[in-house]
Design a protein around this ligand. Structure first.
Ligand code: CU
Ligand code: ZN
Length: 185
């Protein structure tokens, strides 16, 4: 009799202990998630129908903004409009499903160095004679948090140059590449 009770007691103790250890770990994980703010994001660019451009863009949080590094190839040589668009939706063949420029503050379209601009206005990237681009830009308007967060938004590469002034999208023409910004490690 005594042995049976002892066994039951032990079983309950082990159960309670493991439960509380699990609960503690869960709380720890939740705290970590809270403290683990997003510091890096990535966007893989795929060509829209009839185009060949593709590449990778990384967004890394730095002291004075978010550093954007783009490596794209398969473009026509020359300048191409390069923006963050409202929707991370590349489902349409022409990239139009990504919507207009990401513009949470209701600003006019402009160039990346202007204060009054769409948040998504990153200007142009320039492809070399081989159709390749390496582009770096640190942007102090972009954010990974709140209403300015670029996470889940789209990136569009256009067929021609953004003139940085025509409304609402800089006259950059058709959309040749599209990607979605996701959280990275
Ligand atoms: Cu665009
Ligand atoms: Zn714009």
């Amino acid at each position: 009799m005594f042995g049976k009770n002892n066994f039951l007691c032990l079983t309950i103790t082990i159960f309670l202990f493991s439960f509380s250890a699990e609960a503690q770990q869960m709380m720890k994980d939740m705290k970590m998630m809270d403290n683990n703010k997003i510091t890096k994001a990535v966007c893989v660019i795929y060509p829209t129908e009839g185009n060949t451009d593709h590449g990778i863009i990384t967004f890394t949080k730095e002291k004075n903004g978010i550093k954007v590094v783009a490596d794209i190839e398969g473009l026509k040589p020359g300048e191409h409009g390069f923006h963050i668009h409202q929707y991370g939706d590349c489902s349409s063949k022409d990239g139009m499903s990504a919507g207009g420029h990401f513009n949470p503050d209701n600003m006019p379209h402009a160039g990346p160095t202007v204060k009054m601009r769409h948040e998504g206005d990153m200007g142009n990237i320039t492809a070399d004679a081989n159709g390749k681009v390496h582009f770096e830009w640190t942007d102090n308007l972009l954010s990974f948090e709140g209403k300015h967060s670029i996470i889940g938004r789209g990136v569009i590469i256009h067929t021609v140059r953004d003139d940085l002034k025509s409304q609402p999208v800089g006259n950059a023409g058709a959309r040749v590449g599209c990607g979605v910004i996701g959280i990275a490690k």
